[in-house]
Design a protein around this ligand. Sequence first.
Ligand SMILES: Cc1cc2nc3c(=O)[nH]c(=O)nc-3n(C[C@H](O)[C@H](O)[C@H](O)COP(=O)(O)OP(=O)(O)OC[C@H]3O[C@@H](n4cnc5c(N)ncnc54)[C@H](O)[C@@H]3O)c2cc1C
Length: 386
Amino acid sequence: MRHRIAVVGGGPGGLTFARVLHRHDHPVTVLERDPAPDARPPGGTLDLHEKLGQLALEKAGLLAEFQALSRPEGQAMRILDTDGTVLRDWPARPDDQAHPEIDRGQLRDLLLGPLDVQWGRDVTEVVPETEDGVLVRFADGRQEAFDLVIGADGAWSRVRPAVSPATPHYTGITAVETSLDDVDTRHPDLARLIGDGSLAVYGVNRAIVAQRNSGGHVKAYAQFRAPLDWHTNLERHMGLIGHADLDLADVEAVRSGLPALFDGWAAPVLDLLRHGTAFVHRPLYVLPVSHTWTHVPGVTLLGDAAHLMPPLGAGANLAMLEGAELAESVAAASGPGDLDEAVRAFEEQMWARAGRWAKITTAGLERLVSPDPAEAIALFDEVQPA
Ligand SMILES: Cc1cc2nc3c(=O)[nH]c(=O)nc-3n(C[C@H](O)[C@H](O)[C@H](O)COP(=O)(O)OP(=O)(O)OC[C@H]3O[C@@H](n4cnc5c(N)ncnc54)[C@H](O)[C@@H]3O)c2cc1C
């Protein structure tokens, strides 16, 4: 018996789910809001862990292709003091497959492969347990019924309300992301400073992190503790005397205004912001740690939709492994009650593992953007190989 399965969201979690089902010759409908795969910039680089994201790719039959594309050298990590002194420098071993980096766009294309994604399908609501099955409603007024709907639609999931009233809350920490292109030719000093992987600088309640992507592209993140409306009055909210509003839509204003939050930091570090080409405001939101719900037949969640947590290298990995595991269970479920049993078992496993990671990443974020910058260094000393 073939169940009618839909996954809402074509991010790392939804695509891994669909790709593994595809490998098991099980039909799946992938509903993605973006009108096309390259409708918006795909974002920065992801490190995929051997026992999480890479295991998921193995289940999808894509591990060898991942290894050909990924950058083990991207695991290099350097920490500077705010005055530019190198405090830590961990080079990457070229054969180290613990958590190599891959550009999100490359990962998306790898997962897409033969999948027939329905682009431009903006889901507004999911209604469980109707006569026809689970109803999926779309922004254009259409609706379709399925036996199982997976919400892999990220932080602001439209599927989540069908199983849980939880909504993400602000962590008190904001990131502003910027990009630098062609660093090796345009900014060779910055290219050397960043090295092959990541560079991080930690100050009091502030951090600047830069990560090399492929093709000489760098993403840099200014992170700081601030109220959500910090940019509306920099003097009141950020203590910057004489600074008023910062118009986040004005690239030039952000480029010249943002470094004021890092007063006294070494010039080359601030150049990461001064040479940025576009700026994206990313207040960090999370779902409650250990978010669970009463099982609802025919609907479940995975990835950020289920357990949005601080971006400390786990979210995409978990989403992918959950997608792969759920797909394997769904493909093996043949009888009428089997599918629901498979989903229940999946949820228990996901909640336990994601709950552990949510605790780790929540504590980690507190230490990385901390009143005591020594906490950030101590965290890296604990997790980096000696
Ligand atoms: C700056 C930053 C760095 C990060 N670095 C890492 C890292 O190194 N390693 C790591 O593991 N994680 C990292 N993460 C976390 C990671 O990005 C997320 O956890 C991961 O993308 C979650 O995958 P997902 O498939 O659950 O959701 P998403 O990636 O959010 O994908 C959701 C998809 O659903 C679609 N969608 C949304 N709403 C609808 C709708 N109504 N209808 C149809 N489609 C819809 C979206 O367009 C999107 O394609 C980082 C996050 C940030 C912000």
